[in-house]
Design a protein around this ligand. Structure first.
Ligand SMILES: Cc1cc2nc3c(=O)[nH]c(=O)nc-3n(C[C@H](O)[C@H](O)[C@H](O)COP(=O)(O)OP(=O)(O)OC[C@H]3O[C@@H](n4cnc5c(N)ncnc54)[C@H](O)[C@@H]3O)c2cc1C
Length: 525
């Protein structure tokens, strides 16, 4: 296999894309979101300006940190793009080496540490990277032009430093039925009209992380498709403010604390994640922004490659886990229990669980290989093992943190009571911990643990860990496909002295799952 070169500068001026000034800092990013007249609904009301909404703003702050980190630590969070010749945010870079994928993981851990939540840009990064190789291979088979379309789009978003939402998950209706078998055809997003200049799509995407905080959404099919599902095989880029789009904001546990006075009961007042149901009510996509249109036989490849990247992107949770481990250690200290041996042992256990997530994710990146397009794709087995750990280990870490916190984490009165004349004194007297510890610090630490294990940021740390990039069974199916049991049985029979055919050589996970090669020389740098 001779991978194509990523060094194909496409310039910055592309038909169909406006000239834009690049966004550099977090504050510039926040300004870029203003005045877009999005159709957003939250708590039953239309939101005039999401940027200024107290429930939404912390999710915007989390994305803003992806910009500021790139300013503070350019080596970590930005890199030189061979496509534009410019330095670009790492979330928009196409991986040209294993090292690029490893650096994504290091950046993700750091951002998890800095925000304690989901910073929402991984899904777009993983969509661009998976589409890079898939469009190349569709064009190769059907002589289409999706790869050029995608490269023009990538050059535009890299130059502008824009945020991309990856919109894959359909509402799906009856899970036992294919898209075309649903009683309502709109339960999977599909093409309802083909025009000379593009297509019109209808349907919805559920659980969309950071969609309102994005500049563009890339819609993609969510499952393997058959011939009868041709109209569902649609991939394209849509501006978030395109006519016909409605956003219905997802509730998070304890979200209305952000409408109350004071910040102490918020746990993490600055940062939060964001999900919404996005409804596409006849939205137009011009041809130049389409990256798949009817090639249903490539839907499974796209889903597999996207989830391969995305499942190892869940190393972000190890950064969030660092915060939770620190919170557990701090509260033990505030409670006066830090020296107890079982406390230290539980902190060791949290660290061990957390590093297990990181280790499998970053190993998947180190084991990546080039696809025909030149873009590197990580190791599918290790990516699935990483994500499968993520469906379990943060829950156990949450249990340990709650163990160390004590029951006050869920029986603590409100900040209002702490400041009230009649009750404030009582609370300061009876909710005191170890001598020398400010009661407000103890309060804030308890609220942070609550926030991460059962409040707003438990959405990202726990339930997103369970279902994001596919529920646990989705990883087990991939592990089953790649586990080479027959090969392993032959190894065992041989050593046990049972007559057997010679063990075939392992084909390597990458070639089994992606049909690429494990040839020498195409491996790690
Ligand atoms: C916080 C959060 C953020 C997310 N962000 C994004 C995002 O940015 N972009 C995006 O595209 N998606 C996103 N997702 C969606 C995520 O990929 C889905 O939640 C996941 O694929 C599971 O789909 P579901 O939620 O519809 O659950 P379901 O598919 O209903 O799964 C529920 C259970 O049913 C089982 N099940 C489902 N179908 C079948 C079947 N046919 N046969 C047997 N068992 C079945 C599953 O294994 C699971 O145990 C996010 C999800 C969460 C929770």
């Amino acid at each position: 296999m001779n991978p194509a070169s990523l060094h194909t500068p496409t310039g910055q001026a592309h038909p169909g894309y406006p000239e834009i000034a690049p966004i550099r800092t977090g504050p510039e990013y926040i300004e870029s979101l203003r005045g877009r007249n999005l159709r957003v609904f939250l708590l039953g009301e239309r939101v005039d300006e999401p940027v200024d909404h107290p429930i939404i703003r912390p999710s915007i702050n989390a994305v803003a940190e992806t910009y500021d980190l790139a300013v503070r630590e350019p080596e970590l969070a930005s890199t030189l793009s061979p496509m534009t010749g410019e330095r670009v945010n790492r979330f928009l870079h196409i991986a040209g080496s294993a090292e690029d994928l490893v650096m994504q993981n290091k950046m993700q851990r750091k951002l998890g540490q800095n925000t304690g939540t989901c910073f929402q840009r991984c899904v777009g990064m993983d969509a661009l990277n998976s589409l890079y190789s898939v469009t190349y291979e569709i064009d190769e088979k059907y002589e289409t032009h999706y790869h050029e379309n995608l490269k023009a789009f990538i050059a535009h978003v890299q130059h502008g430093n824009l945020v991309i939402g990856g919109a894959m998950t359909d509402p799906k209706g009856d899970r036992s039925k294919a898209p075309h078998e649903q009683s309502d055809p709109d339960l999977y997003l599909h093409v309802v009209e083909r025009r000379p200049d593009g297509v019109v799509i209808r349907g919805a995407k559920a659980h969309q992380t950071g969609c309102i905080n994005s500049h563009w959404l890339i819609v993609m099919p969510t499952a393997r498709l058959g011939e009868h599902d041709k109209d569902y095989a649609i991939v394209g880029a849509v501006p978030v403010d395109a006519p016909g789009i409605t956003y219905i904001y997802g509730r998070q546990s304890c979200d209305t604390r952000f409408l109350e006075e004071g910040t102490m009961d918020r746990g993490n007042a600055q940062y939060a994640g964001q999900e919404a149901l996005v409804v596409f009510d006849d939205v137009f996509i011009p041809h130049e922004r389409i990256f798949m249109n009817g090639e249903y036989d490539f839907a499974a490849m796209l889903v597999e490659r996207f989830t391969c990247y995305h499942r190892r992107s869940y190393v972000c949770k190890s950064g969030v886990g660092d915060v939770l481990t620190g919170a557990a250690g701090a509260i033990a200290d505030y409670n006066g229990a830090a020296q107890a041996s079982h406390i230290k042992d539980k902190l060791v256990e949290m660290t061990h669980l957390n590093e297990t997530i990181y280790a499998t994710g970053i190993a998947s990146s180190y084991q990546s290989k080039p696809t025909k397009s030149g873009c590197y794709l990580c190791d599918d087995m290790l990516a699935n093992v990483c994500k499968h750990h993520v469906t379990k280990l943060p829950y156990e870490m949450g249990r340990l943190a709650q163990d160390l916190a004590g029951g006050l984490m869920v029986t603590l009165p409100s900040e209002g009571d702490l400041h009230a004349e009649e009750t404030g004194g009582m609370l300061r007297k009876y909710l005191k911990g170890r001598d020398g510890v400010d009661i407000e610090d103890r309060w804030k630490m308890l609220r942070l643990i609550e926030n991460m294990t059962m409040g707003r940021n438990a959405v990202g740390y726990l339930t997103e860990s369970m279902h994001g990039a596919g529920s646990p069974q989705a990883q087990r199916i991939q592990i089953l496909r790649a586990m080479e049991l027959e090969y392993k049985k032959t190894l065992a029979k041989k050593l046990a002295g049972i007559e057997t055919e010679d063990a075939p050589e392992s084909r390597g996970y990458f070639s089994r799952v992606f049909g690429g090669t494990d040839e020498p020389g195409s491996s790690l740098p």
